[in-house]
Design a protein around this ligand. Structure first.
Ligand SMILES: [Zn+2]
Length: 420
């Protein structure tokens, strides 16, 4: 995915908003059709059936008929994809799209014929020497900072070129949120080749330090500054005091949303840069296996009743968790086959020098002193060493009464069965 900020003229913006409305309308019709389906009834129409219905609907509905047919059909295609990926995508069943919240539409590139010659060799572009794509969107570079893209009904729309090289993609998606237009090209990046000297790196993800590496480096995901957080609180306060349904209230909430979007952008940027660094410099990247869903749930205080977790702590952790998941996913995409998940209970309690697991070894948040051999290390780095060594997947110690989770019971030390 390759995302850029788009700067349409006001005329183009109004056409694109209309595209968004059509796409949302068609998507929601598809959701509705499928939500009424129950076992035993004739099945809801698939993509082909819905396309036929769309053609009919465009004849009956003048507003829909005046819109771009490709944009509307792509909304159906997106729905079909979301529906078929509902068990694997993590997003579940496709749900309703809301006005002002899920504004966007997909544009598919023009058909350019086969990608291969008759003899099976890749068909190359005579001018650039790159393999031709069966479809490609029309992009044009204006200068070092600006490029433009063809959007149906709008002609050329300018976008800020914030990466080197023009994107080569078959489709793109235009989105509108918080008063900003963005364009995201669907690009599957080339995997990054492994370095010649393929070293193993272990990564321990935590709340204090976002990613502790086994080479001793500690990487932190950038967050909002204290000043920006104060701004958010200020605008939230003003929004709360503004009269109901007033323009001021909407404007203040928009400012809050924009600041939060900035935080998300920073997090994504950090994940992209970090995952590229990992894929480029290490032969094998090992993450400790996290169950992020459980971790964020417990931060909200639902899993451990009686443990009052502050709302903010939960929020921070949830935000971090998103970064953790994204970092793991992007590294896997950039270094396919070179990323492992180490199921690792006790990585923070195990001594990376001698393998002894004991709760008392962890003196504080930062300090690790092995009770058995006296090995001293930063606690996060120690955990990262364990992950790098792939240690921690060792059978858990016997369960004590009442201890069902991954944390050892209070006061007792946990001994690790020696590996054979
Ligand atoms: Zn030790």
């Amino acid at each position: 995915m390759s995302r850029f900020r788009v700067y349409p003229t006001s005329e183009q913006a109004s056409i694109m908003l209309e595209h968004c409305a059509h796409a949302r309308y068609v998507w929601n019709l598809a959701v509705e059709q499928h939500s009424h389906w129950k076992p035993g009834r004739t099945s809801a129409p698939g993509f082909a059936g819905q396309c036929r219905q769309l053609t009919e609907a465009r004849c009956d509905n003048a507003w829909l008929g005046a819109g771009n047919a490709d944009v509307q059909q792509q909304a159906l295609k997106d729905f079909a994809k979301a529906k078929s990926a509902r068990f694997a995508s993590g997003f579940g069943e496709p749900t309703w799209r809301k006005k002002h919240v899920h504004e966007g539409f997909r544009v598919i590139g023009a058909d350019r014929g086969p990608e291969f010659e008759a003899d099976g060799s890749p068909k190359l572009n005579a001018r650039t020497g790159k393999q031709v794509m069966s479809r490609s969107v029309v992009v044009d570079k204006l200068n070092r900072r600006w490029a433009q893209v063809k959007v149906p009904g709008c002609g050329w729309v300018r976008f800020r070129l914030t990466r080197p090289g023009l994107p080569r993609a078959k489709t793109f998606r235009v989105t509108f949120r918080n008063g900003q237009w963005h364009i995201a090209f669907a690009i599957v990046p080339e995997p990054i080749p492994a370095p010649k000297k393929g070293e193993v790196i272990g990564i321990d993800r935590g709340v204090k330090i976002t990613a502790a590496l086994s080479d001793g480096r500690r990487l932190n995901c950038p967050q909002l500054t204290a000043k920006e957080r104060a701004q958010i609180r200020k605008h939230q306060r003003r929004a709360a005091r503004a009269p109901k349904d007033s323009a001021a209230k909407t404007a203040e909430y928009a400012k809050v949303a924009r600041l939060k979007a900035r935080e998300a952008d920073r997090r994504k940027d950090w994940c992209e840069k970090t995952s590229t660094m990992l894929a480029r410099f290490y032969g094998l990247v090992r993450f400790e296996k996290l169950n992020i869903r459980n971790m964020t749930a417990s931060a909200k205080g639902t899993i451990e009743p009686g443990t009052r977790v502050r709302q903010k702590a939960g929020l921070n952790r949830a935000i971090l968790a998103q970064g953790w998941g994204l970092l793991r996913r992007r590294t896997g995409e950039k270094a396919p086959g070179r990323v492992e998940d180490i199921p690792a209970p006790y990585t923070s309690l195990r001594c990376s020098a001698c393998g002894w697991i004991e709760k008392n070894s962890r003196k504080s948040q930062a300090e690790f002193v092995c009770v058995s051999c006296g090995f001293t290390c930063n606690a996060d780095e120690n955990a990262a060493h364990n992950v790098a060594a792939g240690q921690g997947g060792i059978p858990r110690p016997r369960r004590s009464a009442g201890a069902g989770g991954t944390t050892p019971p209070k006061g007792s030390s946990v001994r690790e069965p020696q590996p054979a």
